[in-house]
Design a protein around this ligand. Structure first.
Ligand code: AMP
Length: 218
């Protein structure tokens, strides 16, 4: 199972990738999560990436390609993997193809999740996460039991700095300009499947599982 979850920020692709990763016991590689951890730990990569991330811009291709190359070389990825938030540019997609080809591997499917733009803005600006355990909530759609605090570990919930309204607009513009071309890129290669990301998490999950099953992957 070698999958990519593609889609604009806020469509729920990370949530869906988490659920599929847990259900099928395959590792999820989220470049956004890895970069945020590097920022928290103030590593040289984190320091370099922070400025781009805070503005909603992409970090340089070479940085994320390096991350993914290292992750894919880990033994945990031999039985497959789910990529979330990578690739985000055509050069990243080409580099990924080269990395896999060098190992005699191929992608199985690219799952393109989409929801209407106004829903994306609502989902992102209302998102809150726990800096201690990374659990994610939503002020409207998945509120914690105690307002402002994590249900799982009691940590104080925060808004990701790039989920603020202006940054969200930037991230969506960056997605349209640099990432949306990957839809045609993977469609031309016969790898793309579209998933409607509207509705409840469980409903979308059902659609993803059906799609995997139709493609002989589940
Ligand atoms: P995400 O959590 O996937 O929304 O990513 C958060 C931020 O991390 C993005 O807005 C980018 O600044 C950076 N980022 C994550 N993945 C990539 C990638 N594949 N290429 C470039 N920048 C990335």
């Amino acid at each position: 199972m070698r999958l990519i979850f593609l889609g604009a920020p806020g469509v729920g692709k990370g949530t869906q990738a988490d659920l599929i990763a847990a259900k099928f016991g395959r590792p999820k590689i989220s470049t956004g999560d890895i970069l945020r951890e590097a920022v928290r730990n103030k590593t040289p990569m984190g320091v370099q990436a922070k400025a781009c991330m805070d503005q909603g811009q992409l970090v340089p291709d070479a940085v994320v390609i390096g991350i993914v190359k290292d992750k894919l070389a880990e033994p945990a990825c031999t039985k497959g993997f789910l990529l979330d938030g990578f690739p985000r540019t055509v050069p990243q997609a080409e580099e990924l193809a080269a990395i896999l080809k060098a190992r005699g591997l191929q992608l199985d499917r690219v799952i393109n999740v989409s929801v209407p733009r106004e829903d994306v803005v609502r989902r992102l600006t209302g998102r809150r996460s726990c800096p201690k355990c990374q659990a994610v909530f939503h002020v409207e759609f998945a509120p914690p039991t105690r307002n402002g605090f994590c249900d799982r570990c009691g940590g104080e919930l925060m808004q990701r700095s790039d989920d603020k309204r202006e940054t969200v607009e930037n991230r969506l513009a960056v997605y349209e300009a640099q990432t949306a071309p990957l839809i045609a890129y993977y469609r031309q290669r016969g790898l793309l499947s579209d998933i409607d990301g509207a509705g409840k998490v469980e409903q979308v999950q059902q659609r993803v599982v059906e799609l995997l099953s139709v493609n002989g992957l589940a």
